[in-house]
Design a protein around this ligand. Structure first.
Ligand code: HEC
Length: 274
């Protein structure tokens, strides 16, 4: 770990500790209020900003067997254009012949431009609780941050984008697993919650926008930055379904479904979550 990253990791450990203390002090009634207060306190200093800086360094750094940076990576707006790219993902990529979300696209660029192995890059895409971000998480934070304030506009022009949406919707309503749950079981009602966690109705415009706009996010309770791929695999786990494969078509299809439902909203990621 270089010095810059070490400093960032130490700063984040401090944030995690503050988060843990706050969590221990909160009672059931004041948790929601406490979270709001905590968010306010961190409003000018979301720890994700440090991770965004690491991501920017990684984007520009020559790495991998080809000793190349990611600066020629096309995220959908032309080679090297990062600004606004995340607000328009997932989308169809001609060169890859498939619809990709940010994370699968980053893997593609790391393989194509830097000569890395996809299996290596995706072996451990998520950091552990309280650990500093993995490279891919940092890149996600950087790219997402470059769409802050922009309108979500996930395209539905290419037939493969339309097919991805339809499959994503099917997955969203598909019931299975030991509890016979679908995503819809938890995410189509209003004012539902599990313990203290509000369950957003992801089929309604306003909550769908608010949810999509806020990922990736810094999770205070885990002291870590979490991406949309992480969010989805964790909900698969909550649904007691088999593990969702990182960057798989199913994960991208679901992201298309959520993104299109959120179109017109305003990107505000990386956000901060409980
Ligand atoms: C057993 C209930 C359950 C099921 C089934 C479930 N989720 Fe979730 N989901 C949750 C909970 C609980 C949260 C909020 C967690 C939190 O606040 O920490 C959540 C959060 C989310 C979020 C983030 C919302 C936000 O505002 O940040 C998204 C997106 C999401 N789920 C999508 C899905 C998808 C897609 C599926 C199906 C693959 C799914 N969920 C299945 C319980 C569920």
């Amino acid at each position: 770990m270089d010095r810059k990253r070490m400093a960032a990791a130490c700063a984040l450990a401090g944030f995690a500790l503050a988060g843990a203390k706050f969590a221990a002090a909160a009672t059931e009634q004041d948790t929601a209020q406490g979270i709001a207060q905590y968010r306010e306190m961190l409003a000018d200093g979301n720890p994700a900003e440090l991770i965004e800086m690491t991501g920017e360094d990684l984007w520009k750094e020559s790495r991998g067997p080809k000793n190349a940076s990611l600066e020629k990576c096309d995220l959908g707006q032309g080679a090297g254009v990062v600004k606004g790219a995340y607000a328009q993902l997932p989308r169809y990529f001609e060169d890859a012949g498939r619809v990709m979300d940010l994370e699968s696209r980053l893997v593609y660029c790391m393989v194509q431009l830097q000569g890395m192995e996809a299996a290596d890059v995706t072996k451990k895409p998520f950091s552990g609780d309280g650990q500093y971000s993995t490279d891919i998480e940092a890149l996600v934070a950087y790219v997402a941050g470059m769409s802050r304030g922009m309108k979500i506009a996930v395209p539905q022009t290419h037939p493969k984008e339309q097919a991805a949406y339809a499959r994503g919707r099917d997955i969203f309503y598909y019931r299975g697993g030991p509890y016979d749950f679908s995503c819809a079981s938890c995410h189509t009602g209003d004012n539902k919650r599990i313990r203290l966690q509000d369950l957003p109705n992801l089929t309604k415009q306003e909550p769908a926008r608010a949810a999509f706009a806020s990922w990736p996010a810094y999770r205070v309770s885990q002291g870590a930055l979490r991406s949309m791929q992480w969010r989805l695999q964790d909900c698969f786990r909550q649904q007691r379904m088999p593990l969702l494969k990182y960057g798989s078509d199913a994960s991208v299809d679901l992201t298309v479904f959520l993104g299109v439902n959120a179109n017109g909203g305003q990107m505000m990621a990386p956000a901060i979550k409980r």
